[in-house]
Design a protein. Structure first.
Length: 220
């Protein structure tokens, strides 16, 4: 029993402490970078400014992320996910739970609520991504050409939706996916919430009722 409390035991705990400190440092850097990128743009933000805001040495930023492009990619990825866990949207609990709803109305309600949480984080950085990608080919190359990941997610939701008993007759997965992709876009969210002053609650209610009217049959 004494050996459990000996030096070997204390040493065994140290990697966990280091890992937690590394995680917190990475989180501080990403948070600082996100705030600066949104406030002043990708090009105008230096890693020294990120380091100053995060309260770390600039060498630490380079050690963790190597360069500004890698940091920006991490900022975007964690902003979309809401955390640093390598879990795709379609494997997230909220998405699976929404698709498992018994009715189309129930799925839309849960799906719009989940998307609202993502858009609240992502929408402010969307213009930054567009500008950075347009001015830096290496930034654009970090997101390879191919199917839009957001469309892939909405298509999966649509395929689950059209199997529900209360879906509007004649609505197929193509139509449902297009409506989800268009109405739940970050661009439209920005127009209504940022530009027109809607609250996120008002946006969620509008998106839910509009999609329900377009995709669901019967009363409700």
């Amino acid at each position: 029993m004494d050996s459990v409390k000996g030096p070997g035991s204390r040493n065994a705990k140290r990697p966990d402490g280091r890992a937690e400190r590394s995680r917190l440092t990475r989180e501080k850097i990403v948070t600082a970078a996100r705030e600066l990128f949104v406030a002043q743009g990708y090009g105008a933000t230096s890693l020294q400014e990120v380091a100053d805001r995060a309260g770390v040495a600039v060498q630490t930023v380079y050690f963790v992320f190597r360069n500004k492009r890698a940091l920006f990619k991490d900022v975007v990825d964690t902003t979309i996910a809401g955390d640093a866990e390598p879990v795709a949207t379609m494997n997230r609990d909220w998405f699976r739970d929404a698709c498992a709803e018994r009715t189309a109305r129930g799925q839309l309600s849960a799906h719009v609520r989940g998307v609202r949480e993502i858009l609240g984080r992502v929408a402010p950085i969307v213009p930054v991504i567009a500008t950075a990608s347009a001015t830096d080919p290496e930034i654009a190359a970090q997101w390879p050409a191919g199917p839009d990941p957001r469309y892939v997610v909405q298509r999966a939701a649509a395929e689950a939706l059209v199997r529900k008993p209360d879906v509007l007759p004649g609505v197929d997965a193509d139509r449902a996916a297009d409506l989800l992709y268009g109405l739940l876009s970050p661009e439209l969210y920005l127009v209504l919430v940022r530009d027109r002053g809607w609250t996120p609650d008002a946006w969620e209610e509008w998106a839910r009722t509009t999609l329900t009217a377009q995709l669901c049959g019967g009363a409700g």
